[in-house]
Design a protein. Sequence first.
Length: 180
Amino acid sequence: KLAFLLGVMSKYNLNKPIILSEAGLICSGCTSIPAGYEQDKAEYVLWLYTRNLSKGLLATTWYTLDKGGWRGTGLLDINNNPTPAYYAFKTMTNALYAASFVREVGLSTGVRVFEFQKGLKVWVLFSQDGEQKTVNLSNTVASNPREIFDLYGNTCGGQNCSVTGNLVSFDQPIYIIINN
C-alpha cells in the first residue's frame, strides 16, 4: 500500500506525509485469547512501529488501547491492566523516542536489523522466522555495546536473550545501544 501511495504521489509531483491511522494484531474468530497471542502481539507492536519509522511514515496509531480492544487488539486487557504489548510499546517508546532511522544493517542471515540515531546508535534486531539466532558483533559498530535488552527492557541474560563475549543470541526482538 505504501509503495502504491508513493507511486501515485510521484506521478502527480506530490510530497505529502503518510500516516497509518489504525493498526493492530487481531485475534480473528477467537472466543478466548490463545496461548502465545499476547507475546506475538508484543513482538508485532515493535515490528510495526520500527518498520514504519524505517519507511518514513509520519505516524502510526495502534488500535486500540483499553478494555481488551476489538478482537484482542488492546494494549490493556479487559480489566485495563497492561498486557505484554503495552510493556513492549513502552520500551520501544523510551528506546526510539526522537530517534531518526539511519539504515538497515546486513548482519546475519535470518536477522533483520534497523539502525536509529538519537545521540547514540540504537539497533533493533528481529529474528525473521522466530527461531533462535546468534549474531557476532565483532567487527561491527556494535562490538562494544553500552547496553543490550529485550523488547520489555530487561537486560539480556535470560532464556530469550543472552550475551557471551561478542555473541548475542535471541529469539525475540532485542535492542542494542551502541557507544558512538
